[in-house]
Design a protein around this ligand. Sequence first.
Ligand SMILES: Nc1nc2c(ncn2[C@@H]2O[C@H](COP(=O)(O)OP(=O)(O)OP(=O)(O)O)[C@@H](O)[C@H]2O)c(=O)[nH]1
Ligand SMILES: [Mg+2]
Length: 435
Amino acid sequence: MAFRDILEIEVIGGNGGDGSMSFHRAKYMEKGGPDGGHGGKGGSIILRAVEGVESLERLLGRRKFKAGTGNGGEGRLRNGSDAEDIIIDVPVGTTAFDAETGKAVADLITPGQLKTVARGGAGGRGNSVFASSTRQAPRFSEIGVRGQKRKLRLELRLIADVGLVGYPNAGKSSLLAALSNANPMIAAYPFTTLSPILGVVSAKNDEERLTLADIPGIIEGASEGKGLGLEFLRHISRTRMLVYVLDVAVDPARELQALQAELRSYDPSLLDSMALIALNKIDTVEEDVAMIAEDELAKFGLPVLQVSAAEKMGLSELRLALFELLPSRELWAQTHALEVESDLIVVPALELELREEADKDGQVERIWMVKGGGFEEKIERFARHLEDAAEYLSGVFKRQGLYNALKRVGAREGDSVDIGGLRFEYFEDNDDSRR
Ligand SMILES: Nc1nc2c(ncn2[C@@H]2O[C@H](COP(=O)(O)OP(=O)(O)OP(=O)(O)O)[C@@H](O)[C@H]2O)c(=O)[nH]1
Ligand SMILES: [Mg+2]
């Protein structure tokens, strides 16, 4: 079975339903008031972290997720219903990146955590809301906002609680086998373990559990591609605690120093993780040799535990230390969670550019091209009844400060304003009431 842990998917939020343009009809009434209801919200695509899934494999076969469109509003003030959100379950430890920008969109590290990755569009408003004393029969309504659409790169990093790191042959797999339910391959030659393996460790009382990850051995020069390289460190970059497994008989202090240098070159924050040293294979040396090694290792400032995976020595102390020292998920997340994109909708910055065009009589017409500021989107929403909505829109633009902004860059009475191809006449904003 291939271990798929990087996957690209496409997520498409549903469009909002359109607002309705309708007028009340009743017997004996010539013309009733506007009664168009609002459109419902489009469905969003949401990622949810679930425990107990170890690969993204589950998602295979389906690469595209599209949420439904909100229902349209109707007359008699009937609002369209919202479309349902689509929830995609992914394993705890999944990070989603925007495939185009490379930015992190979601970092799911605790079970049950949710993150919207493609927003459904808001529903359009019906014509009833646009009625005012001066506009009693608005002949326009909004269309729904388009849903967000993008490609995501999902990356799964095993979120084991504890990661075993060490040189090849140090006895990592032997320790995993001795402490957990896992059955890794163990052999007296380096690079026996070729891909990460997880095991579940139970506390003595059997109430608490933690997961332990065994990864291929690391050697000096791994950051330059020696051995199996550092690729597998990705899997322990999200563990909350490291156990350095060292063979007591082969200069453990030197090995630890080399290991830490490799880890540092991959990701310096790995060295800030909670860690302890399992000084392994103590059955192979005299007691004083182990004591000297332990003293030497003391300078690293980490707890040292003497163990023998083969002879099952010191294992209950090691197990106890794991449960005692493991930082809580919440505490860990405070310092290690990736910075992800916020849920706020970002309005692109307003850009104003003056264009001068000669008309057929040789008169120069000044046109202000407007980009950003959310104005084009605003117009798009009235695409169905642009002419009828023009006066309303002009008022909105004024309230949102467009004309003031134009004035600051030198707009004059008689200039035109072009927003997404639609032309308005610029007028001086003499309204002092809002100062
Ligand atoms: N005497 C003794 N031998 C051990 C002990 N722990 C592991 N070994 C032996 O050391 C050898 C390597 O053990 P592994 O557990 O495969 O080592 P590893 O660190 O997983 O090695 P790689 O997967 O190659 O990185 C095997 O022959 C084990 O039986 C121990 O505590 N005492
Ligand atoms: Mg191994």
